[in-house]
Ligand binder design. Structure first.
Ligand SMILES: Cc1ncc(COP(=O)(O)O)c(C=O)c1O
Length: 488
């Protein structure tokens, strides 16, 4: 068994087999074939690379559909158990294309959009506008107008001024627009922890203390219909306590509002965590549904009010685990690095600062293999932006070489351009190998950029042994086409 590299963070274990694809992290239909090559939904990596090049986002279509249907079924079952029902909105911000919009709506989900552009995609997909929810802390008048004109099912009001803006658009279009009111509950959650304060310092929502007055204003507008309160407490959440605390806070207000009119729904947002590495252990969707139903039914019983229809807005947990980004290895460097103290290594996961220098170093050295690939922060900004962890495997072949600690670096002109901060790969990893980063479906392509004039990679769906492009990759011609000074 290979010894752990002292540069590795504490949570990272040396894999017994660096060829294995941990099922919690890889999409449902990814497997290593007898030849050693990985196939996704029956399509070999070599075929994908030959047809589409690298980098490429490969979406396991059946995996997305199964997750969408699964969340629908779990919430239907659990809310029926407590005498109510649930509405599931797919948060399109995680990844949106017309195909994906159709996959999730065919599975019975609604869709949330966060801009006019996302609304345009959903409408282009042929999704019935009544199944669309519209978010945003600064929706433009044009965005509000279009949303109202096409008849979206809900607009989430985020500030006082939006009440009159939405009401005005609705009366101009002779519609009664259903709206929710986004509350800043003072609860903020991420992974294992949540923070509960009287007020959270953030741009979204209305403070709890002001909400009743705003609901009264909404109810006074004949062109608006009040659906209920909305709260979204964070992302990549592994526990249910934060949701319980937010629900508890919203419930008191919800019950108070019932005295003056109907409050049919309660929207508890999204944010359910997924596994990016094999040590991540998020709650299963079934477990989340059970806990949500218990939280909501318990809160309603305590206050003696009917169990509301609950809406949720998961994005990452539906699309995230489905996608693998394939890159080709270009250059490799073994870099001798000062060994940080254990405290410094431990803090790596939470801190944006690199460890291993200054007083936190032991004075000894160890080698980290920098494996550079043909993409990077332009196709996945999360490792640089949030210091998010991912895992990696060589997918073009299997290897029996000892595992070596690697850092997967991108090709951008930024030292912070990292794709995977730390994982183990077979030590014979070499230029030309194709590596796969699983769980890149959420906020990867959606947050992609053209930094350094790299074209955004294609998104390819694979199902039943066949692959097809669902979003075309950008070419050099695409990149030049917007430069008004190009003459030839
Ligand atoms: C209001 C709202 N709803 C839903 C989501 C989806 O969150 P996730 O993709 O983590 O489930 C977000 C993400 O930021 C959000 O801001």
């Amino acid at each position: 068994m290979t010894k752990a590299n002292p540069l590795a963070p504490d949570w990272l274990e040396v894999p017994a087999d660096a060829n294995e694809l941990p099922s919690a992290v890889w999409s449902e239909n990814a497997a290593r074939s007898v030849t050693g090559e990985v196939t996704i939904a029956g399509v070999p990596v070599s075929t994908l690379v030959e047809q589409f090049g690298t980098p490429v986002y490969v979406v396991d279509e059946a995996d997305v559909k199964a997750r969408a249907a699964g969340i629908r079924e779990s919430f239907d079952r659990e809310f029926a158990r407590v005498g109510s029902s649930a509405k599931v909105y797919y948060a399109g911000k995680a990844f949106l294309s017309t195909e994906v919009a159709r996959w999730v709506t065919d599975a019975g989900l609604n869709i949330d959009v966060a801009s006019g552009g996302e609304l345009a995609v959903v409408l282009a997909a042929g999704v019935d506008a009544s199944r669309v929810g519209v978010h945003g802390n600064n929706k433009s008048l044009a965005e509000i107008d279009r949303a109202v004109a096409v008849g979206v099912g809900a607009i989430v009001i985020d500030s006082l001024i939006e009440i009159e803006r939405v009401a005005e658009a609705a009366s101009r279009h002779a519609r009664v627009q259903p709206v929710r009111l986004r509350i800043n509950s003072g609860v903020h959650a991420s992974t294992h922890e949540y923070l509960a304060t009287a007020r959270e310092d953030q741009k979204f929502g209305i403070p709890l203390a002001d909400a009743a007055a705003l609901v009264a204003l909404i109810r006074a507008e004949p062109s608006l219909e009040f659906l209920g309160l909305h709260s979204h407490i964070g992302s990549q959440i592994f526990e249910s306590e934060g949701f319980a605390e937010a629900a508890h806070r919203l419930f008191a207000l919800h019950a108070e509002l019932l005295a003056d009119g109907p409050v049919p729904e309660l929207n508890l947002g999204g944010g359910f965590g997924i596994a990016y590495t094999s040590v991540d252990e998020p709650l299963s969707i079934d477990e989340i549904a059970v806990r949500f139903a218990d939280i909501v039914a318990g809160g309603a019983a305590e206050l003696g009010i009917p169990v509301p229809v609950v809406a949720i807005e998961p994005g990452r947990s539906i699309i995230g685990p489905s996608t693998t980004t394939l890159y080709t290895v270009g250059t490799i460097k073994d870099v001798l690095v000062s060994i940080p103290t254990r405290t410094a290594v431990k803090s790596l996961r939470d801190s944006p600062e690199p460890a291993g220098v200054g007083p936190s170093s032991t004075g000894e050295g160890a080698t980290r293999k920098y494996v550079s690939v043909d993409g990077g922060m332009s196709d996945n900004i999360r490792p640089s932006l949030y210091r998010a962890d991912y895992s990696v495997r060589v997918v073009s072949r299997a290897s029996s070489a000892e595992p070596a600690l690697v850092r997967i670096a991108g090709k951008h002109c930024e030292s912070g351009d990292i794709v995977v901060h730390a994982d183990y790969l077979p030590s014979d990893v070499r230029p030309g190998d194709v590596v796969g980063i699983p769980a890149t479906g959420a906020y990867g392509w959606a947050m992609a950029s053209n930094y350094n004039y790299l074209g955004r990679p294609p998104v390819v769906a694979v199902i039943d042994g066949a692959a097809r492009v669902i979003v075309r990759g950008e070419t050099e011609a695409d990149l030049l086409s917007r430069d008004a000074g190009v003459t030839a």
